[in-house]
Design a binder for this molecule. Sequence first.
Ligand code: NAD
Ligand code: TYD
Length: 351
Amino acid sequence: MILVTGGAGFIGSNFVLDWLAQSDEPVLNLDLLTYAGNLENLSSLENNPSHIFVRGDIGDAKLVPELLQNFQPRAVINFAAESHVDRSIHGPEDFIQTNVVGTFHLLESVRAYWSNLGEKPKSAFRFLHVSTDEVYGTLGPKDSAFTETTPYAPNSPYSASKAASDHLVRAYHHTYGLPVLTTNCSNNYGPYHFPEKLIPLCLLNALNGKPLPIYGDGQQVRDWLFVKDHCAAIRRVLDDGKLGETYNVGGWNEKANLDVVNTLCEILDELKPRTNGDSYKAQITFVKDRPGHDRRYAIDATKIERELGWKPQETFETGIRQTVTWYLENQSWVNNVVSGEYRQWLNKQYS
Ligand code: NAD
Ligand code: TYD
């Protein structure tokens, strides 16, 4: 079996669902169920004995060794993290705790388990760490995209905490020989995306007649990756990635935020027109910029294509249409996700 951490979050739950749709190999899912974790994402697995869910912290130095001992996974895929830049600006401590200290304890637990494995399972074992392109910092409009050798230059408490975790993972390979793999991916989007992030937030606000908040001039560029493409990339890296290497995963879809939100509005205008006949674009509102806002991220995903044969299947246009359709068809998921805690966050961030 494999151990997935953070498997009730956005990308982790998509990964678990995709994995069990393609494989009989069981998944042990360890997730703390913070505000971002949602077991409803996994409700289709309720009666599936191949999915074992445990609520717990990756930093729990008693629980994690017990789980590893009892379940003997052949791989650990680490998605668990605090993941939202704006929250890291309001309160960085949770990010240090989970992303840095938590990853450290997880590595220690995994190292102890792996060291005691027999020769065959030991050489087959993998620790795959899921990271972000934000560790590379920000690009100017004409700079070439991030490659795996771009120096780290994180700018937010979130990206700094992810960079720290990447360095620890790297060091555990270099020093202890732990068989690690790291992926650095760009902005994901798709089903089960928590509506604090740009795309689901604007989708929900649009449908609820609320402003679509664009930070600053809206010309910040992100490289959008459909979540299922990301999950496929992780499976490829897990199967055939070279130990100790990092792989950049991107969608080859650089878009300015304002263009993303305009596209979203156009699809909504077509699929669920406003009753007064206006475009949803009328709800776009420019708001105060994010402090330290990175201007542009772009991933050069040549290495993973050349070495592992992975490339994204979705363009932004096909992926965003699927995403909008999913949200329109899953209103009960949406309604349940908009909890009290989430409403407090909206008041704090946007008031
Ligand atoms: P998310 O915030 O939606 O989910 C994180 C999950 O981790 C939640 O289910 C949460 O309950 C769980 N978690 C948090 N702290 C934990 C702890 N201490 N122990 C166990 N579980 C804990 O995040 P996501 O968007 O699914 O991102 C997954 C990973 O991918 C993260 O490591 C993130 O840094 C990385 N990443 C995300 C994106 C993106 O666009 N979403 C882009 C690049 C990299
Ligand atoms: P986000 O989804 O938070 O991801 P990240 O900060 O990790 O890239 O934001 C994506 C982009 O959209 C980023 O440039 C910030 C911007 N943004 C807005 O303009 N308005 C918003 O309300 C949010 C949440 C983000």
